[in-house]
Design a protein around this ligand. Structure first.
Ligand code: CTP
Length: 413
């Protein structure tokens, strides 16, 4: 058994992010974004336009990043700041990006510190628009954005639909949430990979099998592991379809989410996509059994207090039932949660379900497995190799799993 393992890839760790902030009320959310990026290990240099500094102070950014933030192009202390910021940036993210900023950027204007930095950099640029719906849908704004995408290869993230400023209730033009923007920044930092434009299928969460209109049979899967894998695959450039049972997690960013309840519904969705998927990761905890009959009315407690007996029947095995439909040369990864003889049971599943590798974990540990943020897993590979990983966050485990998928893809091409 090997204890050496691929270190998790952190797209943000130690990377230089120039965070451009322009004059929109959404600028307050840029402070949370700066904080989040910093907590992920990025070195964040905030560059505010004068408009932005009317909404938030450069000091707010310094407070959360621990680095100086700047507004002035013509500064006696550092007259070439735009050059050094531009050259040292691994990515430039402008959030929020106003209509005026987008217009100036598309013209190649260089009339403030942010636009000069944009001209001075060759790093990828992510733009996160925030404005009123009419301003965003105005043909001039759309032309400007198209120019940034088509001619300058800028990535435009959002806007989303939601509550807008100035008493407008709901509409298109809301800046994406910091948790979503970090994924686009992460993807820009990762750059092209062997997964770019590849189709990835991930199953996640539990399934729920109805007993009656208010009760069901299920398990304690939170879906976190599968969601983390789907998000890591997105950052690597994949087109991801995540098929998930009911979970209490926010919808992941940039991923096609198919919500299902039962094992049978999961089978239908997986059957549709597995033939096209270059990579399939089966992280769902599918209920092996379901009640034979679903009562149409809520089952009442019996007068005599006798406990009802549930008559169960076998559910389909999603992996086995779609095995014959998998794409040629595709990579298939399974999970196994065990309470005893972990490696022996996992080895049997690896072979029976024909996985390239299987992620095995124990259901009896309090800091790993179901319903916690961390996991301690062993990876079993077809061919007999076994790699035990230390306790890690599910985010880190997902990065290691993706690193192995990339390695397998490289050998299979
Ligand atoms: N799986 C599946 N459909 C099922 C059961 C399992 O797709 N009905 C998948 C899981 O997503 C996982 C792998 O098969 O990737 C192993 O799941 P697990 O529940 O550990 O295995 P089972 O074959 O159900 O074995 P057992 O419950 O007896 O341990």
């Amino acid at each position: 058994m090997s204890t050496s393992f691929l270190n998790p890839r952190h797209p943000w760790q130690g990377r230089r992010v120039v965070l451009g902030v322009t004059g929109s009320i959404a600028a307050y959310k840029a402070v949370a974004l700066a904080r989040l990026l910093t907590s992920l290990g990025a070195e964040v240099d905030a560059v505010l336009t004068h408009g932005a500094s009317r909404f938030v102070s450069p000091l707010s950014f310094e407070g959360v990043t621990g680095r100086s933030s700047s507004t002035e192009l013509f500064s006696v202390e550092n007259s070439a700041l735009h050059i050094s910021l531009g050259l040292e940036a691994d990515v430039v993210c402008v959030a929020p990006a106003t209509a005026d900023f987008i217009s100036r950027a598309s013209l190649g204007r260089a009339n403030d510190l942010l636009t000069t930095t944009l001209l001075a950099t060759r790093a990828p640029v992510v733009i996160c628009p925030a404005m009123n719906t009419n301003m965003y849908t105005h043909p001039q704004t759309q032309t400007n954005l198209k120019h940034l995408i088509d001619h300058l290869s800028y990535r435009v993230a959002g806007p989303g639909v939601g509550a807008l400023a100035y008493g407008e209730n709901h509409g298109l033009g809301r800046m994406l949430a910091p948790e979503e923007i970090i994924e686009e920044v992460g993807k820009a930092l990762v750059g092209p990979s062997l997964l770019t434009n590849k189709k990835v299928l991930v199953t996640a969460g539990p399934t729920e099998e109805s007993i009656d209109p208010v009760r069901f049979v299920s398990n304690r899967s939170s879906g976190r592991m599968g969601f983390a894998i789907a998000q890591a695959a997105y950052r690597l450039g994949a087109s991801v379809r995540l098929i998930s049972g009911p979970v209490a997690l926010p919808d992941p960013y940039g991923i096609e989410l198919v919500k299902v309840h039962t094992a049978q519904e999961m089978l239908v969705s997986v059957s549709d996509y597995r033939p096209k998927a270059d990579v399939s990761v089966f992280a769902a905890a599918v209920s092996d059994y379901r009640p034979k009959n679903i009562e149409s009315r809520k089952m009442k407690r019996s007068k005599g207090n006798e406990a009802p007996v549930l008559d169960l029947m076998a559910n389909p095995d999603v992996v086995l039932d779609t095995l014959g439909n998998r794409k040629e040369k595709s990579i298939n990864v399974g999970f196994a949660l065990e309470t005893e003889s972990i490696l022996e049971n996992a080895q049997e599943k690896l072979e029976r379900k024909q996985f390239d590798f299987l992620v095995a974990n124990s259901a009896t540990e309090t800091d790993a497995g179901f319903d916690v943020e961390t996991n301690r897993v062993a990876l079993l590979f077809a061919g007999g190799r076994c790699e035990e990983l230390p306790l890690m966050t599910k985010h880190d485990v997902s990065e290691v799993i993706l690193s192995h998928i990339l390695e397998l893809l490289e050998n299979r091409l």
